[in-house]
Design a protein around this ligand. Structure first.
Ligand code: CP
Length: 361
């Protein structure tokens, strides 16, 4: 990653004109914000994954769990979720609890003073008066960037973690996806050179958009985008892959991809973004995984899903050893704990503790 740049030193118009890659250095801090997948480097991902595993191991023993709780007990976090969430909200909340942060939340804007006409920007600025970090999910794409820029122009710039914005970015989901993939593919030589398939609604799935870019950081990967034509991956993501030199195949033929995929990332139809009821007219039955497909997949294939699911993954395969989606969800708690520690620059203490006590897996 190139040298850090300060958000406070750039106008909003100039900032908006930057590409996603160019924006990355503005989020490195201090304080660091986590806003887009494109701000991460491979080295940064590997550090977070190592830290997540160490936090998980330390937390297994009561004395380790008690130690972790002391690390950020002087901090408070705001969980501002202006869109529904189960996993992201709960795993961030659990990650805060593991590290001793107190949390507050607004999960419904009808309960905040936004109903009195307060702007979302003023609402965030209000939160920043009371807490040390804001974790935010918001329906408006790019709003997290706007808020980070706004906070950088106040005297209380605090870290902002994007927990999902519009249909464009879900960077912390991509972190837990990379962590799960790395762990799942370790037994077959790791991430490099692997074939990863994305299946379902790829046009509006922010998890796919963030993860597809993050995978460009690995060597010699081939990505398969398997979707009905109206729900195919956006050209903007394909342009990013082209620029990164990452190979990809765009297809509707799931059957041909199943036997060659090292990992399959299933997604649901995102009909909450429908503007003309297009989901109901788009056939999706060919983009499902069930027990009848398990014999076709590689024995080592990993099946992921950001969840929630509908019918695209049959519950019949939940106990197949290749089904990683429940583990993937729990991994979200560990990688988010690692991210929060790194946000407050406390990761070194965890490594020292780990090296001293070497907790067993
Ligand atoms: N994967 C994900 O973002 O799930 P939630 O919407 O339940 O947070």
């Amino acid at each position: 990653m190139s040298q850090n740049k300060q958000l406070s030193g750039i106008s909003w118009d100039a900032f908006q004109a930057l590409s996603l890659i160019e924006k990355g250095p503005y989020f490195q801090g201090p304080p660091p914000h986590t806003l887009i997948a494109q701000q991460f480097s491979r080295a940064g991902l590997e550090k977070l994954c190592k830290l997540a595993t160490r936090v998980k191991r330390i937390n297994k023993r009561r004395e380790g769990a008690n130690y972790l709780k002391t690390l950020l007990s002087d901090k408070r976090a705001m969980l501002y979720f202006a869109q529904p969430s189960s996993r992201t909200y709960l795993s961030f909340n659990a990650a805060c609890q593991i590290l001793g942060l107190d949390t507050m939340d607004v999960r419904d804007t009808k309960t905040s003073s936004e109903v009195k006409g307060e702007s979302p920007e003023d609402t965030i600025r209000t939160f920043s008066s009371y807490v040390d970090m804001i974790i935010m999910r918001h329906p408006v794409g790019g709003f997290a960037e706007r808020v980070a820029w706004m906070l950088a122009h106040t005297n209380r710039e605090i870290p902002l973690l994007n927990a999902g914005s519009g249909a464009d970015q879900h960077p912390t989901q991509a972190l837990l996806d990379v962590y799960t993939l790395a762990r799942s593919l370790k037994c077959v030589g790791g991430m490099d050179g692997k074939h990863i398939a994305f299946v379902g609604d790829l046009a509006r799935g922010r998890t796919v958009r963030s993860l597809a870019w993050m995978l460009t950081l690995f060597e010699d990967m081939t990505l398969y985008f398997v979707a009905p034509e109206p729900l195919q991956i956006g050209q903007d993501i394909l342009d990013l892959l082209d620029a990164a030199g990452t190979k990809y195949v765009v297809t509707q033929d799931f059957a041909s991809v199943m036997p060659i995929a090292d990992a399959i990332y299933m997604t649901r139809i995102q009909d909450e973004w429908d503007i003309a009821g297009q989901s109901s007219t788009t056939g999706s039955s060919a983009f499902c995984l069930g027990a009848e497909h398990m014999g076709i997949l590689k024995d080592t294939a990993a099946i992921l899903h950001p969840l929630p699911r509908r019918e695209e993954i049959s519950t019949d395969i939940d106990n197949d050893p290749r089904a990683m989606y429940w583990r993937q969800m729990r991994n979200g708690m560990w990688i988010r704990a690692a991210l929060i520690l790194t946000t407050f620059d406390r990761q070194h203490e965890v490594h020292t503790y780990y090296d001293d006590y070497k907790p067993v897996e």
